[in-house]
Every structure is written in structure tokens, then in C-alpha cells.
Design a protein around this ligand. Structure first.
Ligand code: AKG
Length: 348
């Protein structure tokens, strides 16, 4: 693993919106200790580990709370094997309420100087340990190409203590000042990796329960490999001033997780359901140009037998609205997998 410096700790200025904004503009990130109450994170950790165990992701002969991964079940988003278990984790009502916790909204309101909107869509991640036969970690990327809308800020929170070797997030500090960088097909977020030299200085650090990392949508970031034997669980949510434009797509549940009605049918309480409908939101369509470029490259690569195109093709099958592209991606996946249709998930 490449050697990185440590995050600058901004906890001492957490109540000073002006100082936070200045630092965010300068470095592209903020690291805040105990932004979320420890107990609230512990509660979500317990619930998600139980669901992970039920899905076969944890080692049979170990305590659930230790979170030891069952390496035979190692898988990743967007594989169907992953999605089957993941949907239940993503829908968790206490997880949803953690990202709209009053302490978090107050923190962002201090920065924005107006009410903060938490995007309805967010990501929950489960990263299996790195092994010879399973090696997946999030590659360097910027969120802007995926999230769209006006400038928004991510908050990354590990659901459990996360020493660097468990796969912490790393930030290229200062990289947000260079605009949107070129991408290529890859296994990173949205099946895209950055294809040009990355500006800024890579930094990372260990997280205790409740610590949070905030960064803007043009800050390049990646995860370091999970070198423990535990499942690394985290969530990343996005926040913006409520009066700014939000991409329509950010109002939907995470891709592959069904409709809001389906998600909410699993909840015991209506607290926080459809909370964004209380805002007078300005929406903009998704800028699909980055995905269209990715898909063109992925089709070409797959036609040349390059299996690196696989994740991008799976994403087309699962998420694209164009039936012609879906059919083509399904066909190429079958060819890449040597004629097996088992691994191709067809959107419902
Ligand atoms: O948790 C990870 O591995 C990646 C997180 C990420 O890419 C994000 O927060 O935007």
C-alpha cells in the first residue's frame, strides 16, 4: 500500500461554519471525530451485522459482533450474489435515520448557512477482505460524475471502528481544484476509474465509531485495501443546501433496491419516510454523458474479449433505461462468461 499522510483533524472547529467552509474550500475535505453519537452507530452496526450473517457473509463459527467475513461468500456490488443480501442491509430503517441524524444536519447547516438536504439516495458498502482470489477495493474517483446536480458534499462513516488496514477511505487533498478528470472503464464506483494522473496529496487515517469524513463532489478519493479478516461496512451519504438543484436520480432508492414503497414496507416506523417532500426542491436531469462514454468503451472492450468490461456491463443491465443497450450488454456478458447466463441479472 502506498504511504500516506494522516487526515487533518477539524473536530475543534466543528461548530464554526465559516472556518469549516474555508478549510473545505482549501483542502476539499474535513475529518471530524464523533460527529455521530457512538451509541447510534453501534445500534446500526448490530442490525447490519445480523443481516450480513443471515445472508451468509460472516464466518459461521465466530461471534456476529466480531464481523469476521466468510471469505467463501466474497462478492461485490453490482453482482447479483451481492445484491441479494445487500438490498436488505440498504433498506435498514435505522441506517436511513443515521444519515439524517440531527447532529449531522446541524453540522451541514453550519457550513451552508441554510437548511441542509440529505439526498434520499445514498450508498451502504460491504468490503470483503483482500485475498489472492478476491481483490476488490474502491478505486480513485470523483462523485460529481455520478451524483450530478449542484455542488454537494459526501459524508463517509464506517459502521464500526475502522483502522486504516480495514480499508479506510483516502482523499487526494486539494484535488477538488482541478475540475472533473477524465475516466475509463474500471471496477471503481459506477464502473469507472480516473484515467489521468491524480493531483493533490493522498491522505488517510483510522476511524473510531462515530467519526466522519466529509468531502466535496470533485475531491478524488479511494478506499485502501481491507487487509483484516473482517467485513468493512460503511455508508456514504450526500448533503447540499436545500435551495440548490438536485439531480432527479438522487431522489430514487439505490439502484437495484426497489421502490420507496418496497423499502418502507420493511420499516416499523414512518419516521423520516419521504422527508424530502417537505422541501420545495429544484430538480435537474442526470447528465448521462459520462456513462454513455463509459458504455461505448465497455462495449468495445467486451467485443475484444476484455473481462475488465464486466462490471460496467453488469451496471448497464441493472441500471440503464435503454432496452437495446441492456440486450447488448447481456449478450456480451454471456460471451465473456463463456456462455453461462447464470451471472447476468436482469432488472425486474
Ligand atoms: O467506501 C468505499 O469504499 C468508497 C466510498 C466512496 O467512494 C464515497 O464515499 O464516495
Amino acid at each position: 500500500m502506498q504511504k500516506m499522510e494522516k487526515f487533518l483533524d477539524s473536530t475543534s472547529i466543528r461548530d464554526d461554519g465559516h472556518a469549516l467552509t474555508e478549510r473545505l474550500d482549501r483542502d476539499g475535505y474535513l475529518f471530524i471525530r464523533q460527529l455521530l453519537p457512538r451509541d447510534a452507530v453501534v445500534q446500526v452496526r448490530t442490525r447490519l451485522l445480523k443481516k450480513a450473517a443471515e445472508g451468509g457473509w460472516l464466518e459461521d463459527n465466530s461471534l456476529i459482533e466480531s464481523g469476521i467475513a466468510n471469505q467463501d461468500a466474497a462478492c461485490k456490488d453490482p453482482e447479483e450474489q451481492y445484491m441479494k443480501v445487500f438490498r436488505n442491509l440498504w433498506a435498514d430503517e435505522e441506517l436511513h435515520r443515521l444519515r439524517t441524524h440531527p447532529a449531522v444536519l446541524k453540522f451541514f447547516e453550519g457550513i451552508f448557512g441554510e437548511p441542509a438536504l440529505a439526498h434520499p439516495s445514498f450508498v451502504q458498502r460491504n468490503i470483503f477482505p483482500q485475498r489472492e482470489d478476491f481483490d476488490f477495493t474502491t478505486q480513485p474517483h470523483q462523485d460529481k460524475v455520478h451524483i450530478g446536480g449542484d455542488t454537494n458534499y459526501a459524508m463517509w462513516v464506517p459502521i464500526g471502528d475502522c483502522p486504516v488496514e480495514k480499508g479506510s477511505l483516502a482523499i487526494a487533498a486539494g484535488s477538488h481544484r482541478f475540475g472533473v478528470l477524465d475516466t475509463k472503464v474500471g471496477s471503481g464506483a459506477g464502473g469507472m476509474d480516473i484515467s489521468v494522473p491524480i493531483p493533490g496529496q493522498w491522505i488517510t487515517g483510522s476511524f473510531d465509531l462515530g467519526d466522519a469524513l466529509i468531502f466535496c463532489d470533485e475531491t478524488v478519493h479511494q478506499a485502501v485495501p481491507n487487509q483484516t479478516n473482517e467485513l468493512r461496512q460503511s455508508f456514504d451519504a450526500r448533503y447540499q443546501p436545500a435551495t440548490h438543484a438536485i439531480c432527479e436520480y438522487a431522489l430514487d432508492p439505490y439502484a437495484g433496491c426497489g421502490s420507496w414503497e418496497e423499502v418502507y414496507s420493511t420499516w416499523n416506523s414512518t419516521d423520516q419516510q419521504y422527508y424530502w417532500k417537505d422541501f420545495d426542491l429544484k430538480t435537474v436531469p442526470q447528465d448521462r454523458s459520462y456513462y454513455e462514454a463509459r458504455d461505448k468503451m465497455a462495449f468495445q472492450m467486451a467485443e475484444n474479449g476484455d473481462t475488465e468490461a464486466r462490471d460496467a456491463l453488469l451496471r448497464i443491465v441493472q441500471r440503464d433505461k435503454n432496452p437495446g443497450k441492456i440486450k447488448k450488454a447481456q449478450h456480451l456478458l454471456i460471451e465473456l462468461d463463456g456462455g453461462s447466463e447464470n451471472s447476468v441479472s436482469v432488472p425486474g
